[in-house]
Write a protein that binds this ligand. Structure first.
Ligand code: MIC
Ligand code: SF4
Length: 642
């Protein structure tokens, strides 16, 4: 039987299990990436494993998130990361070199290989034909130590593209269309594999925009075939040697098919406060805007910034709009600086800011109170921008620039003649800020600033779990709700006791106090609990505060895996209506839980306050149950397990 692309690459890497939907599989990881906001924890965990050198083909540590240095914390973390990289055989991408996903695509991605990254947008490299997956830092640490990655075999959905994009319609509009159809929870347990005639019309950076934002669908990953476009991109990066063709067999089977006619698409926009709240730009045009931001790992390639520059050339940013542009990599910045495009941006009145995640993660550029911000980014969760009541919209760079010039949300098709950007023969290649590992690792001393605190420990699970419901939330709670980011909180990523003071800060200011007074307890969630980022701090900090289990209607994949890794039990309601019977403050008990998990017995929650019982389920594999029972993956590994 013919294989699809996902099956082909996975079978080349399979360590255990069968490629049958829902079965637990383990596969080998060729490459890993980390970024600074998740990396410090990942490397503390890696260090704890006592291995002298990474066992992957390639591991890279990027600094791109925590770039604002208002105190010593972030720079200390950068130095810690650099010394760890030197010592353990890891490449170190210095602050200023670029956003991890953009740089990885440019310099390291290899078709047919596997990549595990401690950032949810790792699937960006799926645009180059890799199986690239976002995970918690601990899973990445395990991969660096040579361990495989465990996951339930996803469903593979073919996204069949036909036709060609019309002028002013972009790759961003393709993924917004998919978000509109499938929603932010529609990709859970799935991989989106792109195929069909339309594929060959999309360049690698366009494909990367699509696979990047596949993360917003909740998918395990997204992938494009490796073809002539892939070869061309690698040639422009001086890396043609790593190219290999990869595509699905003609007789390949899929678990579902979604058809998109590229010619029929129009410019789309995601309205506040969710990437799937999509409509056509036409429907909201004319809305006054205070801020426009270009950048982020979704749309900050050379092509994207050249389009922005050409649109701005000879024009001015609207007097009441602040336009920021953050290039995705030093390569991109260097090229637009050399060819004059940067000057066009500056002359038009753009604020060119650092090569980094920047405003995307709330590191500066917070919009004004109640302001409207139109961004070429991938997430518009409430408050993520740093301004609680800001209205953030997500669009293509084309729509964003038309908007910045007009001062109101604008349809780029009304802007004028379409802009055609010619690919350069070669990208400027200069890896000065990519530091290779030391040749004398034994001489490297790890630099550990005072903000870097040891990892908290967790005890094995007791026989019975008992405590109060500390918080009951609604649907689609994001990791930004659970563990906010932004300029104030991000510098505490290496300090769990300090960062845990901010858990659920934007949802309930009293949460931390309550959790401490009660000595921990339980969380109740709705559908898609924990969507968004891969930050394991959203599990680690609640664990530190004594959260024992989360009972939800359903979970987002990475967060669920992070809960297991840190010994917090993820449970789902057997009957969703039971969500209504349980309230914040209820005292509940899960009797004999450990035995029941091991023996497969029915899981009962006794509500001691309401004097009733409800049934809950889990979708844990035997390995995950063992991990939970010993108090998390680090304890599990310390016992000699994989
Ligand atoms: C994000 O976009 O939310 C982040 C910041 O890149 C996160 C990682 C983090 O929280 O450090 C992600 O997407 O995984
Ligand atoms: Fe950085 Fe934003 Fe991309 Fe996350 S989504 S990696 S914060 S640019």
């Amino acid at each position: 039987m013919g294989k699809n692309l996902v099956q082909k690459i996975l079978s080349l890497h399979l360590v255990s299990g069968e490629l049958k939907n829902g079965e637990e599989i383990a596969f080998a990881i060729d490459q890993t990436l980390t970024q600074d906001a998740t990396g410090t924890m990942a490397y503390l965990q890696f260090e704890a494993m006592g291995i002298p050198k990474v066992r992957t083909k390639l591991s890279v540590s990027y600094v791109d998130h925590n770039m604002l240095q208002t105190g010593f914390e972030n720079f200390d973390d950068h130095l810690f990361l650099q010394s760890i990289a030197e010592k353990y055989g890891i490449y170190f991408s210095k602050p200023g070199n670029g956003i991890c996903h953009q740089v990885h695509l440019e310099r390291f991605a290899v078709p047919g290989e596997t990549l595990l990254g401690s950032d949810s947008h790792t699937p960006t490299c799926g645009g180059l034909g890799m199986i690239a997956i976002g995970a918690g830092g601990l899973d990445v640490a395990v991969a660096m130590a040579g361990g495989p990655f465990y996951v339930s075999m996803p469903k593979v959905v073919l996204v069949k593209l036909s036709g060609t994009l019309q002028p002013w319609v972009t790759a961003k509009d393709v993924i917004l269309e998919l978000l509109k159809r499938v929603t932010v929870k529609g990709g859970v347990g799935k991989v989106f594999e792109y195929g069909g005639d339309g594929v060959k019309t999309l360049t690698v950076t366009e494909r990367a925009t699509i696979t990047n934002m596949g993360a917003e669908l909740g998918a395990l990953t997204s992938i494009f075939p490796s073809d002539a476009q892939t070869k061309k991109y690698l040639r422009m990066q001086g890396r043609e040697g790593v190219w290999k063709p990869f595509k699905a067999d003609a007789s390949a089977k899929y678990d579902g098919i979604i058809e998109i006619d590229l010619s029929a698409l129009e410019p789309l926009i995601a309205r506040p406060h969710s990437p799937d709240n999509v409509c056509s730009v036409r429907e909201v045009k004319g809305k006054k805007v205070e801020q426009v931001c270009i950048g982020s790992c979704t749309n900050s390639s050379y092509h994207d910034l050249m389009v922005a520059a050409m649109m701005l050339k000879g024009r001015k940013v609207h007097p009441e709009v602040s336009l920021t542009i953050s290039p995705g990599s030093r390569q991109v910045l260097e090229m637009i600086a050399k060819n004059g495009a940067l000057t066009d941006m500056i002359l038009a009145g753009a604020r060119v800011i650092e090569v980094a995640c920047g405003p995307c993660i709330g590191m500066g550029q917070a919009p004004p109170s109640g302001g409207v911000s139109v961004r070429s980014f991938n997430r518009n969760f409430e408050g993520r921008s740093g301004t609680a009541d800001a209205q953030v919209y997500l669009v293509s760079p084309e729509t964003a620039i038309a908007t910045a010039i007009n001062g109101v949300i604008s349809d780029p098709r009304e802007f004028g003649e379409p802009i055609v950007i010619k690919d350069p023969k070669k990208f400027t290649i200069d890896d000065t800020m990519m530091i290779p590992p030391s040749l004398k690792p034994e001489e490297v001393t790890i630099r550990r600033g005072p903000n870097i605190k040891p990892l908290p420990k967790k005890e094995p699970m007791p026989d019975t779990l008992k405590g109060d419901v500390l918080l009951k939330t609604g649907d689609n709670i994001t990791t930004d709700h659970i563990m906010p980011a932004g300029a104030k909180v991000l510098p505490l990523r290496s300090n769990i006791p300090a960062i845990s003071e901010f858990v659920f800060e934007k949802v309930d200011k009293e949460f931390v106090k309550r959790a401490k007074e009660k000595g921990g307890g339980f969380l109740i969630g709705g559908v898609n609990y924990g969507q968004g980022s891969s930050r394991e701090h959203a599990a680690l900090a609640p664990m530190y505060l004594g959260v024992k289990a989360v009972i939800a209607k359903s979970f987002a994949r990475i967060h669920r895996a992070n809960l297991v890794n840190f010994g917090i039990l993820p449970l789902t309601f057997e009957n969703e209506n039971d969500y209504n019977s349980i309230d914040q403050g209820d005292n509940i008990e899960l009797p004999d839980i450990k035995n029941k998990l091991k023996s497969g017995g029915a899981l009962i929650v006794n509500n001691l306050t309401k004097n009733n019982k409800i049934m809950v389920n889990h979708a844990l594999t035997p390995r995950e149950i063992d991990i939970l029972c010993v108090g998390g993956l680090l304890n599990f590994q310390a016992q000699g397990n994989n």
